[in-house]
Design a protein around this ligand. Structure first.
Ligand code: AMP
Length: 192
């Protein structure tokens, strides 16, 4: 089991680089954002709760998010071969819970890929994506809130994973292929 966390601000390219990494490493992809949007599209009870938070740019509460992630691991046997966690963890609480969930399965987070992009570039990308994707949370007001939430609640994970010796800082600007090559190089020597 080889588990990778793809970490970064909204608009840092987590989804794009995760897609490349799935092909390269043959891992199961869990995007908590995609998972929640799927529930919203199907108008499930969870989707209705999630939409309250997502539309405001806030995080789904930790206990609910951790439960959803545990269920996803339990109900998808393919996750046992290794997972790319995209958009999870987003708080220290979630990171600790992930360590526990993986330890129970005899595994761990092997490496964290941190896509680093400055704020102005993030705002440009998210506004552009909003025009193309029609995502309800890619408008200026929600983007500002999501970036505030990222800096206050999620960015501290950089230190958390640096202390665990797992954080790989990757420059998240430039050509998609070049960014992916940097990821591949950074992960070359991680234990699997
Ligand atoms: P994303 O597609 O990863 O940008 O996620 C979109 C939105 O889903 C976020 O702004 C949050 O409202 C919610 N979300 C996704 N993942 C998480 C998470 N791990 N914890 C809390 N909320 C999340």
């Amino acid at each position: 089991m080889y588990n990778l966390v793809v970490f970064g601000a909204p608009g840092s390219g987590k989804g794009t680089q995760s897609a490349r990494m799935i092909d390269e490493y043959g891992l199961y992809h869990i995007s908590t954002g995609d998972l929640l949007r799927d529930h919203i599209a199907r108008d499930t009870a969870l989707g209705r709760v999630a939409n309250e938070y997502i539309s405001k740019g806030h995080l789904i509460p930790d206990d609910l998010m951790i439960e959803i992630l545990g269920n996803t691991l339990d109900t998808n046997p393919d996750t046992a071969n290794g997972v790319i966690f995209d958009g999870f963890p987003r708080t220290i609480e979630q990171a600790k819970a992930l360590n526990e969930m993986l330890a129970k399965r005899g595994s761990k987070v092997h490496a964290v890929v941190g896509l680093e992009v400055d704020n102005d570039e993030l705002i440009d990308r998210l506004l552009k994506r909003g025009q193309e994707s029609g995502r309800s949370d890619d408008n200026m007001e929600t983007i500002t809130e999501r970036l505030n939430v990222y800096h206050s609640q999620t960015a501290p994970l950089r230190d958390f994973y640096t202390n665990e010796g797992k954080y790989h800082a990757i420059k998240g600007t430039g050509a998609i292929d070049d960014i992916f090559n940097s990821i591949r190089n950074a992960l070359k020597d991680t234990d699997k």
